[in-house]
Design a protein around this ligand. Sequence first.
Ligand code: HEM
Length: 197
Amino acid sequence: MGLYSTVMDQITFYTGLSPTEFFTILTIMVFVYRTVSAMFVSPKDYNKPPLVSLKTNLRFDDPKPTPEPVQLGEITEPELRPYNGSDPSKPILMAIKGNIYDVSSARNFYGPGSPYTMFTGKECSRALALLSFKPGDINGNLEDLDESDLAVLEDWEYKFMEKYPKVGQLVPEKRTQQNKHKEQIQDNLNLDEGKEE
Ligand code: HEM
């Protein structure tokens, strides 16, 4: 008890404050110090990566890791269409110069609602060459493009070759059975006309 009252007397003697005032001010100073120092990074920790707890990791990372790319071989443009991110069980694919790339690892660019989702499930060489988002340019028609457009396309192609796995190749649409039949009839008519002449 003697020690306690001596300490209290000393506080009043040295600071001119009552013990209550002294401890209130001390508490406020500690609080302010801790709040302000929490806003800064210690110089020795400056270059370290931010500490992310396992819990935060699980929250921010995509909970489902990108599945292994599946090779599709040769497919047609209509067959490529469903791979546009609308079905989460399918990979997201896009084609450049007939080569199909699996871009599922970049859902932030190509997933539904993302800035480049319009290219998915499609051959988009023309759009990339012309840096165009017009729906009419999202196709593989390179006929009227000049050298600089083709150089731009080549840069895109290198980027995709480096970054994404190639999973297939676009092939022209298969002739439907009905079309084949019509073509056969036309061929026969042409042959008959040839005989009559
Ligand atoms: C307003 C102009 C544009 C800006 C500011 C812009 C910005 C960006 C940025 C910051 C990225 C991310 C780059 C990276 O981290 O790798 C990106 C990616 C991309 N941009 Fe653009 N962009 C623009 C126009 C275009 C146009 C016109 C096209 C094509 C028609 C395009 C197609 C793409 C594609 C396909 C990617 C994703 C590439 C990948 O998969 O890594 N962008 N863009």
